[in-house]
Design a protein around this ligand. Structure first.
Ligand SMILES: Cc1ncc(COP(=O)(O)O)c(C=O)c1O
Ligand SMILES: Nc1ccccc1C(=O)C[C@H](N)C(=O)O
Length: 425
């Protein structure tokens, strides 16, 4: 399709967009009395309007039933997490028994590393991506320390080539082969938080496992954003947060995936707690741990139901929309945003450099743009004019045109505001 940088054209795309009405299901902050253009759903998704009802329900049940709510709430709290299995498994391409929700992302990755990072003899190294999200870097360092290794020896980063912004698949595969029988674990962000690069999860997983390692994924920027087939891709484990593309609210519950093939492994160590204990006998207060079959066996504490309620609202919306429809719009609106950026770049004689891969297969709902020659004042101008973006030093803006609530007209308007911000200086 040939795009045009006009409001009429953008409106026409909105009129043809089957997901357009979903923007009405969300609450937008306002700037100058106008709803903002929201590009930071990759950091914190907007609040869906129906979320409050899910939270209020728990608050009301707590008020009216108190402790009895564990068993008699409208959605009883003691097995609240089971409501996620069906819809969430569809979102990440898993069997219902392979997913559950609990804790928060870094905590869950640590817990999963207890099970899947078991260095032994010469096999103790972890492969990760260069400049992984800092929390992951701290996690790797503390995990290898915990096992008595030195980070500079045990952590192997896959580097970008000189002058390139993204990591090449061939370099990932070569590094896996090079580390070979010293490799214990590959753990990479499925979508890089900074560049928006999407990794080939299937191919990397197979290569890591061929080398004899376990392969896990941090899906913070992937869940609810890209098509995942975690079961079929034979991924060992994964975890994600729910507050980005899945709109569950600040710091709310994380999801985990543990492949079915590990559900019956008696030798897997794990940190246990009573919520991972056999469901039928959980309240018999038995002394010996008998894990729930499946990902639920990694649960530890009783559930933070108020943190799960908004996530449940979100998961149900995703089930209604379906990942395929979401992804079709995602690719189209991201291409339109890319087009708008190129057009404005020409008009202002700028020097924008999109560092996200241009190949639609290697990107999802994010364009990271180097605004060479521009500074923080441009970011401030955008914010003051109702465009919420994310600024990373030195001058990269990350733009996530989230398909559930961003419109094509938003992309056009953004272009006009960006142009004014640059030319009006
Ligand atoms: C790739 C990635 N990993 C980990 C985190 C940290 O997650 P949390 O603070 O929920 O543990 C984030 C974002 O905050 C992230 O983008
Ligand atoms: N949870 C947060 C709390 C405070 C500030 C940022 C975050 C983020 O999630 C950042 C996000 N991981 C990112 O890719 O920038």
């Amino acid at each position: 399709m040939t795009f045009q940088n006009t409001r009429e054209f953008a409106k026409q795309l909105d009129a043809q967009d089957a997901l357009n009405h979903y923007q009405n299901e969300f609450i937008f902050p306002k700037v100058n009395d106008k709803r903002v253009i929201y590009f930071t759903g990759n950091s914190l998704g907007l609040q869906p309007k129906n979320t409050k009802a899910y939270v209020d329900e728990v608050m009301n049940d707590w008020a009216e039933l108190a402790v009895e709510g564990h068993f008699y709430a409208q959605k009883p709290w003691w097995d609240y997490q089971e409501r996620f299995a069906e819809p969430l498994s569809k979102i990440v391409g898993a069997l219902p028994s392979e997913v559950t929700v609990m804790n928060t992302l870094t905590v869950n990755l640590h817990l999963l590393m207890v099970s899947f990072y078991q260095p032994k003899g010469k096999r103790y190294k972890i492969i990760c991506e260069e400049k992984a999200f800092p929390s992951d870097q701290y996690m790797f360092q503390s995990q290898v320390h915990f096992h008595g290794y030195k980070p500079e020896d045990a952590i192997v980063e896959i580097k970008r080539r000189e002058g390139e912004h993204n990591i090449r698949l061939e370099d990932v595969l070569a590094k896996i082969e090079e580390v070979g029988d010293e490799l214990a674990l590959v753990l990479i962000g499925g979508v890089n938080y900074y560049t928006g690069q999407v990794f080939d999860i299937k191919t990397i997983t197979a290569a890591g496992q061929k080398a004899g390692a376990k392969v896990g994924w941090d899906l913070a920027h992937a869940a609810g954003n890209i098509k995942l087939e975690l079961h079929d891709w034979n991924v060992d484990f994964a975890a994600w947060c729910s507050y980005k593309y899945m709109n569950s609210g600040p710091g709310n519950a994380s999801g985990i995936f543990v492949h079915e093939k590990h559900h019956n492994d008696p030798d897997l160590p794990r940190f246990a707690g009573w919520w991972g204990h056999n469901k039928e006998r959980r309240f018999k207060m038995e002394p010996n741990f008998d894990p729930v079959h499946g990902a639920g066996g990694w649960q530890i504490s009783n559930l933070p139901v108020l943190s799960l309620a908004p996530y449940l609202a979100s998961v149900e919306m995703f089930a209604e929309v379906g990942m395929d429809a979401l992804i079709a719009k995602r690719d189209h609106i991201t291409s339109y945003l890319e087009f708008i950026l190129h057009e404005i770049d020409k008009e202002v004689k700028g020097n924008f450099e999109i560092i996200t891969p241009s190949n639609p297969k290697e990107r999802a709902s994010q364009l990271s743009v180097f605004l060479h020659g521009e500074g923080r004042s441009l970011f401030d101008y955008l914010m003051k004019n109702g465009v919420i973006t994310d600024w990373r030093e030195p001058n990269v803006i990350r733009l996530a045109p989230v398909p559930l609530y961003c419109s094509y007209e938003d992309m056009y308007d953004f272009g006009q505001i960006l142009k004014k911000g640059i030319l009006g200086k």
